[in-house]
Write a protein that binds this ligand. Sequence first.
Ligand SMILES: Cc1cc2nc3c(=O)[nH]c(=O)nc-3n(C[C@H](O)[C@H](O)[C@H](O)COP(=O)(O)OP(=O)(O)OC[C@H]3O[C@@H](n4cnc5c(N)ncnc54)[C@H](O)[C@@H]3O)c2cc1C
Length: 432
Amino acid sequence: MRVTNWSGNHTYSSTSVEHPASIEEVQKVVAAAPLVRALGSRHSFSAVADTRGVHVSTAALPDVFVVDHDAATVTVSAGLRHGELVARLDEAGWALHNLASLPHISVAGAVATGTHGSGDRNGSLASAVAGLQLVTADGDRLEVRRGDDDFDGMVVSLGALGVVTAVTLDLVPAFEVRQDLFEHLPWADVADHFDAITASAYSVSMFTDWSETGPHQVWTKSRTDEPPVTELFGASPATRELHPLPGIDPGATTRQLGVPGAWWDRLPHFRLEFTPSAGDELQTEYLVPRTVALDAIDAVRSLGPALRPLLLVAEIRTIAADRLWLSPSHDVDCVALHFTWRQDVPAVEAFLPSLDDALAPFAARPHWGKLFQTSPERLHAAYPRLDDFRALADRLDPTGTFRNDLTDTWLGRRGFPGEPRRLPGSSWETDT
Ligand SMILES: Cc1cc2nc3c(=O)[nH]c(=O)nc-3n(C[C@H](O)[C@H](O)[C@H](O)COP(=O)(O)OP(=O)(O)OC[C@H]3O[C@@H](n4cnc5c(N)ncnc54)[C@H](O)[C@@H]3O)c2cc1C
């Protein structure tokens, strides 16, 4: 039976999904199959996780949870979901510096796609990776640490370098957070006070439909050891709990109204036991350098009439720069412009080139796990280490075990040299 991604917009082409129960089994599967891809919790909207061969889930690998209190790191099983990891960390007195809007995703899947939360001083979730253990194309085990050659290229891997079995993450001491929400922030305030708004709390998210008035909600997540946000320019403090999507019951969201709680129970917008966001949706996201963010926001707003009928909600967040080659926030502090679309695949696909054209002047970098139609030329311009990553992938995976159609397109590949592992039905062209 074919497996789909969480959204249901993509049916994977894999012939089977294996759930190895040991690293040795992972090694055997990888060494034996011509085409392999690791599969996380399937929350990516793009076909980044697809393969025409065998999917390997790391969810059944033996539980790994090793805290190194001196180094302030934890080593965890790659397939662990954030929602399963966080309470254990909190009990040990530690925290991750940030989380995405949902705790349902796997540690390795989040890292492989450059997934992020929000906060001027918060890098992507991948920026916390201090080490990786993986199984490479020949079935060998490889362990790499921050500081090793090419480590910065191996973290946001798009699943193209091997099956990661364990991830070592930097920790910070556990902390508490309160969420204070605001309604109806005028665009004029966004333009005049952008830096003050995003610096007002540890993590800030603005939700909008890009209409004339301005973001309908601003979520501020303040550490309780820092002053909370009590006023926010022309916005009004929310007096009831809210869902980012207007009119939806806020039951699935994390506690608001200034109620303090553990970091893991406030940094995500949504709770593990509920369907995150709208459920029936597609997503796209571009990260632009912070210095051009207001112009990029204006460019998106100018698309309003064509964009709004497709949109459920949009979110504006900030992410600190990191050193990782394929991270959307590589080397530059960024503002992320996120779009949650109605689940109308043909209409969204027809619109995506206009969005890409509007954001191209800002060197916008698309989120690998979401939907976009950026040309390989634009991707190469936006991601200056893309060719270095391709060379790294060719070196670690010379037989193309972990290649797939989408990453081949992104990397500007034309086919397997000599087609050593090309499968019947593959649409890849042959290099001459
Ligand atoms: C409702 C919703 C909300 C979201 N919110 C956010 C958000 O706030 N911020 C954000 O940045 N993104 C967000 N996303 C996107 C999501 O975080 C990413 O797409 C992420 O990759 C999903 O992780 P996953 O475990 O589902 O990975 P999958 O989709 O299963 O796989 C993604 C990639 O990771 C690779 N991979 C997975 N496991 C391994 C492994 N063990 N070894 C090697 N490679 C591996 C796969 O091969 C694939 O290339 C959201 C998605 C949804 C559905």
